[in-house]
Design a protein around this ligand. Structure first.
Ligand code: FUC
Length: 797
């Protein structure tokens, strides 16, 4: 991919980010299990680095190494079954409708393809050492994983990073004093991936148990019968293989992992094994690729691609590779900074901070959590790569939870919530490209399964952009996944409007809207236009199914979709007749309703009180509050109150992502202390692993991203045409500042507060633009000067 134009020119010239307190995750022992290892990545190529003393383990990933090959799961039988299923739903025959849908409306195969692993590299050291001191860290400012330890003979330091400008992973080992490095390199292929056994098998409690450091632990890597080919020649390592199939879809991808070792020691080759002896420095450079070009094209030459990447850096020193990596990474990372008060535990190791975070105040941990999420997004989603999946790019096995796919009934959208507020708009590019491809594949799904125009996607997609309903009707028969993705992309446009983006978005919005113009039906009780069949994501209503007609979330998503389609079309002067139809449909969508308990109704009928899972993790009908803003305290106070009733009933804590969503919702509803209370549950050891990965459990990255978005939402909001300053500041964060937080309209803001009150504000953005500001009850208008700046200093109270 070469050097990526990853960074657009910084939108603002606000004050430079100050040197942050300590933007490192720090540990005093190596990673025992995977959830203690530290993630590195350049969006495409990633690793979990364990920092083990006797045997370093690097668990590798390449973001196109999924199972299967191009396939079409659309089920033509669906079209014939559709009218009958709709009729059954109107007649209240939910179970029968579900059975029929199960038999005739689901994708073939019923499951999509899972994301995989690129296997593990092991560096098994000759002389097992028991260190006197040990530190392991992930430096978020420089995107470096490191471990350093001292022995009776000297010191050892290891560093690892994945460079975006040079598209290689670099592992450096250095020994000082009379210490020398000697190890043998081994590879364990995907077929032997240890996953679901030793590492994920244990309960969360077992995982975070107190355990002594296993300095001498080594894994048995002798079995190399994994279907891959490993060969080593002097200083060069070459591994090639093919991906696995899944659910009847054969593996069609070839992959390559190539490496070069440079050292001042001696390099030996013994059959397929490469070893290094007597070294003071070793640099291992790795490149990886697969034959994936696109969802319908697997003809790339992975060996040639990886060879070219290695050749391009052959003459570069370690320092030069590291410098280029850091400079490029920091051009994104440094666009934003956040400082929250330190607490008694803030200087302790990261795993200790997490373990104690619920009982002691450590606001700085929330600041670190935001920066970690930004680090993870930069490392898992960059222009030209795949979007961040359920685990970003980090996954140890070939059968990960939920396939580590793109679950688009919340999880994938949530992954991108912090991108714009956190100054990482360019990270959206892979999502935009995925939706463009999904729109092509989803047009076939719409035609084949619904006889409709436009395009549709249901609750999941994968590398092959499958769009048909999967898993079973209770989860899969939800037609609004594509529409929600479109709304997410529109929100991105609002943060950084550009004509080029508008022109790319309009066909996607129009196609998504067209599908619903063709498939919405009139509620027989006259309440307006509704979807059918559908469901309120994954939540069962009182009649033994989730399948229904017209759930609130669909109406809310479509209200936004039609609005954005019309706005985009008008800006571009396109399709007046179509836009008029979309406007008319929007007006006719069944409105949100308040039920008998004062709650916002999740369904068209007032079923909420009898639903079997009152604390269900999904809060789909609150989409209208966040991430949308259709329901808000200023314009729709009654519906906002009803949303609070629903939210209270759902409870504060659920899975990782569901907890993060609740925090963001309370922030949007202006209750910072409530949001903060929920955050403590998110950042504590039940929902955050020692390496700070979110615990659904198991690991799912959306909680990291949603939690970061919630924290930013507490400090700045922009929706409904106004920018709200510190709208949900919790009393636990009396002091702090945030620099480079973004608002809609191309605005970057620096906000400082003290004693719980706003001290100063600097906005930067389009020169001469005006913005409505709100701080508490105070409202005023800011006009940016010819330099694109606006400064405001509050009098100290
Ligand atoms: C949805 C959620 C689950 C999980 C999965 C990946 O099905 O309901 O909690 O996050 O996606």
């Amino acid at each position: 991919m070469g050097a990526l134009p990853f960074l657009q020119a910084a939108a603002s010239a606000t004050s430079p980010a100050p040197k942050a307190a300590d933007l490192r995750l720090r540990y005093t022992r190596p990673a025992d299990v995977w959830e203690e290892a530290l993630p590195i990545g350049n969006g495409r190529f990633g690793a979990m680095v364990f920092g083990r003393v006797a045997q370093e383990r690097l668990q590798l990933n390449e973001d196109t190494l999924w199972a299967g090959g191009p396939y079409t799961p659309d089920n033509p039988d669906a079209l014939n079954a559709l009218p009958e299923i709709r009729r059954m739903l109107f007649e209240g025959r939910y179970k029968e409708a579900t059975e029929l849908a199960s038999a005739r409306m689901m994708a073939k195969p019923l499951r999509q393809m899972p994301y995989g692993t690129l296997g593990d590299l092991f560096l098994t050291f000759d002389q097992p050492l028991t260190p006197h001191t040990y530190e392991r860290s992930l430096d978020l400012e420089n995107a470096l994983a490191a471990c350093e330890f001292s022995t009776s003979r000297g010191k050892v330091r290891r560093e690892a990073f994945v460079s975006a400008p040079d598209q290689v992973m670099v592992v450096r080992l250095e020994a000082a004093g009379s210490e020398r490095i000697a190890f043998t390199l081994d590879y364990r292929g995907p077929a032997q991936a240890k996953y679901g056994e030793s590492e994920y098998g244990g309960s969360k409690d077992a995982l975070i148990r107190e355990h002594g450091p296993k300095w001498l632990a080594v894994e048995n890597v002798a079995d190399r019968s994994g279907g891959h080919v490993l060969s080593a020649t002097s200083g060069a390592l070459r591994i090639t293989g093919v991906n696995n199939g899944s659910d009847g879809i054969a593996g069609a991808l070839r992959y390559a992992l190539l490496g070069r070792v440079r050292s001042d020691g001696t390099i030996h080759v013994d059959g397929p094994r490469l070893s290094v002896r007597g070294a003071r420095t070793v640099t291992l450079v790795l490149a990886a690729s697969t034959s994936y070009r696109r969802y319908d094209d697997v003809s790339a030459d992975p060996v040639a691609i990886a060879e070219e990447r290695l050749a391009r850096v052959a003459s570069r020193s370690y320092e030069s590779l590291k410098r280029a990596h850091i400079a490029e990474y920091r051009s994104s990372f440094d666009r934003f900074s956040i400082t929250l008060p330190s607490g008694a535990n803030s200087a302790r190791d990261t795993d200790t901070r997490i373990r104690l975070s619920e009982s002691a105040d450590d606001p700085a941990l929330a600041a670190l959590y935001v920066q970690y999420a930004r680090y993870l997004l930069i490392s898992s989603s960059r222009p030209g790569t795949q979007p961040a999946n359920l685990q970003g790019i980090w996954n140890a096995g070939t059968n990960p939870p939920w396939g580590s796919k793109y679950t688009i009934n919340i999880n994938t959208e949530m992954n991108y919530w912090p991108a714009d507020p956190g100054g990482l708009g360019p990270c959206f590019e892979p999502l935009l490209r995925m939706v463009e491809q999904l729109a092509v594949r989803g047009a076939a799904t719409a035609r084949t399964m619904y006889g409709a125009g436009g395009w549709v996607a249901h609750h999941n997609t994968d590398l092959w952009r499958a769009a048909a309903p999967i898993d079973g009707p209770l989860w899969g028969l939800w037609p609004c996944g594509g529409a929600w993705l479109c709304n997410t992309l529109w929100s991105h446009y609002e943060y950084a409007p550009s004509d080029a983006l508008l022109r790319r978005l309009y066909p996607l919005l129009k196609g998504a809207a067209e599908f619903f113009l063709d498939t919405l039906i009139d509620d027989p009780k006259g309440r307006g236009l509704i979807t059918s069949p559908s469901l309120s994501p994954e939540n069962q209503h009182p009649f033994g199914s989730s399948l229904c007609a017209g759930p609130a979330m669909d109406r809310q998503i479509l209200r936004d979709l039609f609005e954005y389609t019309v706005e985009a079309g008008k800006k571009l002067n396109r399709d007046p007749e179509f836009l008029a139809r979309a406007s008319a449909a929007r007006r006719r969508l069944a409105p949100d309703r308040i039920g008998k308990s004062g709650q916002l109704q999740e369904w068209l009928e007032d079923w909420d009180d009898q639903a079997p899972e009152q604390q269900h993790r999904h809060v789909s009908h609150l989409y209208a509050v966040y991430p949308s803003s259709q329901i808000n305290i200023r314009d729709t106070p009654e519906l906002a109150e009803a949303a609070k009733v629903s939210l209270r009933r759902r409870g504060d804590l659920a899975t990782g992502w569901a907890t993060a969503w609740r925090a963001a919702l309370w922030a949007r509803l202006g209750d910072g202390d409530h949001a903060h209370k929920i955050l403590k549950g998110l950042l504590g050891p039940t929902r955050t692993y020692p390496n700070m990965f979110d615990a659904h459990p198991p690991f799912q990255i959306d909680g990291n991203f949603g939690g970061a978005a919630a924290i930013m939402e507490m400090l700045l909001q922009s929706s409904g045409g106004e920018i709200r300053l510190l709208p949900a500041l919790p009393s636990a964060w009396p002091e702090g500042h945030v620099r480079g937080i973004r608002a809609r309209g191309g605005i970057s803001a620096d906000i400082e507060w003290s004693g719980g009150r706003l001290l100063s504000l600097v906005l930067s953005g389009p020169a001469g633009s005006t913005h409505s500001l709100r701080y508490g009850d105070r409202k005023w208008t800011a006009r940016l000067d010819p330099k694109g700046l606006y400064r405001f200093t509050a009098s100290r109270v």
